[in-house]
Design a protein around this ligand. Structure first.
Ligand SMILES: NC(=O)c1ccc[n+]([C@@H]2O[C@H](COP(=O)([O-])OP(=O)(O)OC[C@H]3O[C@@H](n4cnc5c(N)ncnc54)[C@H](OP(=O)(O)O)[C@@H]3O)[C@@H](O)[C@H]2O)c1
Length: 269
């Protein structure tokens, strides 16, 4: 199958392109770096022409109030191009529990889902929990000196490699006409995930759900692949992480992506 992967040079997109091509498909990555812009429409029709499947893995450069406009404009342009190309399947990657979280970026992703479902092309939505690679970014935003302060709220992180497996599998199959959830193997406190990435020093103090974990910041875990850091990160504070407060970002019944996660963790002892 010919598969056009928009955002195919990003963290997830580049892995999806590799997996689809390894499975014998003809997957082509498109992004600004290949001369395609999903906001201006530059190169879009040419990129979509002849594609059986369109996969949209582009991402907004910010997580703030500008993000809905990114996803509205990009989806309107991509859906028009997909219809013109006669594509039979359009796939996006969204977030588990996205419609329950009152943050701009989550509203933007919900809008993206709604535009796709109401659009002219048969579709699939893959919803994933937070990427393990995203934990690296959270660590960098919340570290002061040698100390990282994180909430102990529960999250069910998944490796980008496992997310890409799920997206590639869905893209190569028949349209779901709905949503498939994919989640990591275990629900753990955010600070525990962080501790698995950066070797914690001896002192870990927990009080009222807030952890002060002292880390040796010069000791990152083995196969770190942090991806891009958005210009305006979501509000992770020592006491809160809004997605988990809203009961989102954990999916106990979801398909389990556990294959790549173990290789990324650094458990002491
Ligand atoms: N972070 C999480 O934990 C999480 C969880 C669930 C779902 N997701 C979703 O997963 C998807 C992929 O995320 P990711 O981390 O792989 O993103 P990423 O690494 O930031 O990659 C974004 C891709 O979009 C391209 N792009 C950005 N603006 C563009 C434009 N105007 N025109 C064309 N291409 C453009 C980028 O390439 P250029 O810069 O060269 O254009 C890049 O290829 C996103 O939709 C995100 O919402 C993320």
């Amino acid at each position: 199958m010919k598969i056009a992967v928009f955002g195919g040079t990003g963290l997830i997109g580049s892995k999806v392109v590799g997996k689809l091509n390894a499975a014998g498909h003809e997957a082509v990555p498109h992004s600004q770096s290949t001369g395609v812009n999903v906001l201006t429409g530059e190169g879009l029709e040419e990129a979509a022409a002849g594609a059986d499947v369109i996969v949209n893995l582009t991402n907004s450069p910010t997580f703030d109030e500008a993000s809905p406009a990114f996803f509205r404009t990009s989806m309107e342009k991509l859906l028009a191009a997909a219809e013109k190309a006669g594509a039979g399947h359009f796939v996006i990657l969204s977030i588990v529990g996205v419609d329950r979280v009152p943050l701009d970026y989550y509203r933007a992703k919900t809008l993206q889902e709604e535009l796709l479902a109401a659009g002219p092309v048969p579709y699939s939505i893959v919803r994933a929990t937070q990427f393990m690679e995203f934990v690296d970014a959270i660590l960098s935003w919340t570290t002061e000196g040698d100390t990282v302060r994180l909430p102990g709220t529960p999250v069910q992180v998944i490796a980008a490699e496992d997310v890409a497996d799920a997206v590639a599998e869905v893209a190569a199959g028949a349209p779901l006409g709905g949503i498939r959830d994919i989640a990591g193997p275990e629900v753990l406190p955010l600070d525990d995930w962080a501790g698995s990435r950066w070797r914690p020093a001896a002192t870990v103090t927990r009080s009222s759900g807030t952890t002060t974990r002292e880390c040796s910041v010069s000791s990152p875990a083995t196969s770190s692949s942090p991806g891009r850091t958005p210009a305006s990160p979501p509000p992770v504070t020592p006491t809160g992480w809004p997605p988990t407060r809203a009961g989102a970002d954990a999916a106990p019944g979801a398909r389990n992506g556990a294959d790549a996660l173990g290789d990324m963790m650094w458990w002491d002892g």
